[in-house]
Structure formats: C-alpha cells, structure tokens
Write a protein that binds this ligand. Structure first.
Ligand code: CMC
Length: 428
C-alpha cells in the first residue's frame, strides 16, 4: 500500500501524487496545482482549524471518540490519583516523570520564585475594586515582561528555564492577589512551607491566624483539579500561545495573550457561565423549560459539548468523584441537583445524543469551586493557573521545532475588487 494520495484537478485534467505521513498531507503540496501562470496554487480552506494540524507535538494525546486523555503517555486517571500538580507540570514540560532528586530540585526552584516584585503589587492595586480577576491576571502576566527583560533571550536554555520557574511559581500569587484585591482584603505573602495548592489556599483565605492550614480534602481536590486542567493539546489558548510565541516575543507577553483567549465563555470562561446558568435556572422545575429553549436555539447548555470529545470528557468523570469528596466537607452545593437533572435529561435527549454533546470539564468544576468559597469570577483564573504548565510546554516545543516559523495563515479574499478613491463630497 503506497502512502500517497492521488489527486486529479478537474479544472486542468492534471493528476498529482502527494505523500501521506502520519495520516496527513502537507497543505503546501497542493500549491503546485495551478490553472495558469497567475494562479498562486491551490490552498486548503479550514476556518477554526477543524481538520488542520499545525504542529507535531509530543505532549498530550486525546482520543475524543474513546474519551482518552494522556499527558506524555500517562493516562489522566492515573495522574489524578497518584500525582501532584507540580510533578505533573514537570512531566508536561520536561517530558518525563521526575526522579526523587529532580522533583526535590524542581519544588525548591518553584518555591524560590513564589513572591511578586512589590511594584507588581502596586500595579495590581491600581485596578478598580470590582475589576474582573481574569482581567487583572492577564494584564499582570503581560506586565511581567517589563520586570524580566532577560526573558527576551528565548533561545538561551538557562533563561527559558528561569522564566518557566517564575511563571509556574508566580501565577498562584497573582491569582490570590487579584482575589484579595476584589474583596478589599490585604495581600497574603506566600508560605513556602506549604504545598503548591496549600500555599495558594493560604494566600486566598488566611485571615489573622499566624499559620494557615488548609483542609486536606479541599487541598487535594484543588491539586486534582489543577492536574486535570494542566494541558489539553491544541485548544484555543494554547494555539494563541504558540501563535504569539512564534513571533519570538518573550513568554510573558505570549502568555498574556493565551490567558486572554482562555477568558472567553466558550473556553475557560465556560465554568463561570455554567454557574450563572445553574443559578438562573434556579430550581428543578425549570430544567425541562430550559432544555427546550436550548433545543430551540435560544442559548447553549454551558459545560456541554466539546470540539474534540464526542463522548464523556474523561476529566468530567474524575471531577464528579472529586465533587462528592468536597461536598462531604463543605456541604452539598444546592445547584448540584439542577446540574444532575440537566445531565440526566440531556443524555437521553436526541438533540444532545445525535450531536454527541456530553458534559465537559467545566460542567462540575464550578460547583466544586463555589463550594470551596470561590466567587464565579475566579473560575477562569483557577483554570489559568495549572494551564500555565501546558502553555509553557507548547511554547518551548514550538520554539525548538525546526519546522516552525512565524504563524501566518492564508485567506480567501472575498472583498471588493480594486476601485478608485472617492472624495468625501462625492460619497453617497
Ligand atoms: N448546547 C447546545 N447545543 C450545542 C452545544 C451546547 N453546549 N454545543 C454544541 N451545540 C450544537 C450546536 O448548536 C451545533 O448544532 P447544529 O449542528 O444543529 O448547528 C452542534 O451542536 C455542533 O456545535 P458546534 O458549535 O459546531 O461545535 P464546536 O465544536 O464548534 O463547539 C464548543 C465546541 C465547546 C464551543 C461548544 O460545544 C459550546 O459552545 N459548548 C458550551 C461552552 C462550553 O462548555 N465550553 C467549554 C469547553 S471545554 C473547556 C475548554 O477546553 O475550554
């Protein structure tokens, strides 16, 4: 069996043979197919990259039909059960699980970088009291590029490593400061005796006690949620990170763009949208009416559907279990019953079944966050903290890939043909 594709261009009658590698043809191989001298060659047209791979990646594997998610080959279920966020972040970024001494060094390196420059704190103080924490988060990440000009040396391995430590270590601190700012409480400095998740909870919730001790069930739940959100291959924000990074800008500027992409309600903003939707539905009696409106095209069932998963999102399964453990500590979130009823009806309804719409990672995560006392505006920020690992790994993979260049898609021009300028007095 030849690994080639034979194409006949019916405009010219010519036949071409193009190689197939890894179940893909190169779009540039189509450019030889021309109708004449002026023809720039055949392109592919693929809005939203529905069927285009733009890179070769070794980080995350997803089989959307089977509901499989693996980081560097390790199934998400095993990582969620046995790993920690920092260990998983190491795996995602460096490609292998760390040895005991590598893990120790990695944790030490991250811990050394948890504090923010005092001027960053001042910058954050300048935001309005009701500023959305995600807006504060992405602006602050962007501002980092002005504090760490050495980050511009993107082809210097040591410099890249330093920025990786800074980014992983500082994002929880930014997130916690953004939260404390929004509720008018003083900032809490990091406590480096605590775990990654434990310290984050400390910076969020500590009041007058000299030492903060998180509830171990909640601390582990947050750790699991961080593991589940750490990477998801070529999603919208990772594509933004790769695309912006391909201009060779520093990683902070690229990550500000990735975080902005994550902010949208169709991506990382979906967990916030789920909670708002559940609150609006308000009671079990309103569920059938809500489903009816969704089916009539009046809005979407947030937390349902996925571009890649056409079966149950494996992360949603783990989150459902985590929710049970959290609710035993915090008490049951009253919106859970509405969520369960929505899921029950949707999984039986032909509209959702025929479109393969299942709960995604965001359907239950917001309920856990709310039970843990996070306001809904913090939800996308809670997604951005762990996704930093994925963004960085993809950014570095893109930089070191000799096949990559500055991202620059083509277009099908559909505007006016050439015409002459018309003076203001002659325009209708
Ligand atoms: N509720 C109702 N109908 C839906 C939904 C939904 N949540 N999602 C998709 N559909 C319908 C859509 O109307 C379309 O129907 P038709 O064929 O009749 O026009 C069909 O399903 C295919 O939808 P699509 O918009 O072409 O699918 P997509 O792959 O472009 O969109 C999605 C994927 C995640 C943006 C979409 O499913 C959605 O908007 N979901 C709600 C938002 C959400 O939960 N986002 C979180 C995604 S997971 C976390 C992350 O990675 O960020």
């Amino acid at each position: 069996m030849a690994d080639t594709l034979t194409i006949t261009d019916n405009r010219t009658g010519k036949t071409y043979e193009v190689p197939i590698k890894d179940n893909a043809i190169r779009a540039t191989d189509l450019r030889q197919m021309k109708t004449g001298e002026d023809d720039q060659g055949l392109m592919t047209y693929d809005p939203a990259f529905m069927n285009t791979s733009a890179c070769r990646s070794r980080i995350t594997y997803i089989d959307g039909d089977k509901g499989i998610l693996e980081y560097r080959g390790y199934p998400i279920e095993q990582l969620a059960e046995h790993s920690t966020y920092l260990e998983t972040a190491y795996l995602i970024i460096f490609g292998e699980l760390p040895t005991e001494s590598q893990l120790k060094t990695w944790i030490r390196d991250i811990t050394l970088h948890t504090m923010l420059h005092e001027n960053i704190k001042k910058l954050m103080e300048g935001f309005q009291y009701d500023a959305h924490p995600m807006g504060v988060f992405l602006s602050t990440v962007g501002a980092f590029s002005t504090f760490y000009p050495d980050a511009k040396k993107i082809f210097d391995e040591q410099s890249r490593k330093k920025q990786i430590h800074r980014l992983i270590a500082k994002v929880p601190t930014i997130a916690a400061y953004a939260f404390r700012h929004s509720i008018g409480r003083p900032y809490i400095y990091p406590d480096n005796d605590l775990s990654f998740a434990g310290n984050f909870l400390n910076m969020l919730f500590r009041m007058t006690e000299p030492k903060y001790a998180a509830n171990p069930v909640l601390e582990r739940a947050l750790e699991v949620l961080f593991i589940l959100h750490a990477d998801h291959e070529q999603n919208c924000s990772t594509t933004a990170m790769r695309s912006i990074g391909s201009s060779h800008v520093d990683p902070y500027s690229a990550m500000a763009g990735a975080a902005a992409a994550l902010y949208g309600p169709l991506h990382g903003g979906a967990n916030e949208a789920v909670l708002r939707m559940l609150s609006e539905i308000g009671s079990l009696d309103n569920v059938p009416g809500f489903i009816k409106r969704v089916k009539a095209g009046e809005g979407r069932l947030m937390g349902f559907g996925h571009r890649v998963y056409k079966s149950y999102d494996p992360r949603a399964k783990i989150i459902k279990k985590t929710a049970d453990a959290v609710f035993e500590v915090t008490g049951r979130n009253p919106l859970l019953d509405i969520a369960l009823e929505l899921e029950r009806i949707a999984l039986q309804d032909d509209y959702f079944v025929s479109r393969k719409l299942y709960p995604n990672v965001d359907f239950y995560s917001g309920l856990i966050y709310q039970a843990m006392s996070f306001p809904v505006t913090m939800f996308p920020v809670l997604f951005a903290i762990p996704r930093t690992a994925g963004w960085i790994a993809h950014w570095e993979e893109m930089l070191l890939d000799p096949e990559q260049k500055i991202a620059r898609p083509r277009q099908v021009y559909a505007g006016s043909a050439r015409r002459d300028y018309v003076g203001l007095d002659k325009r209708k």
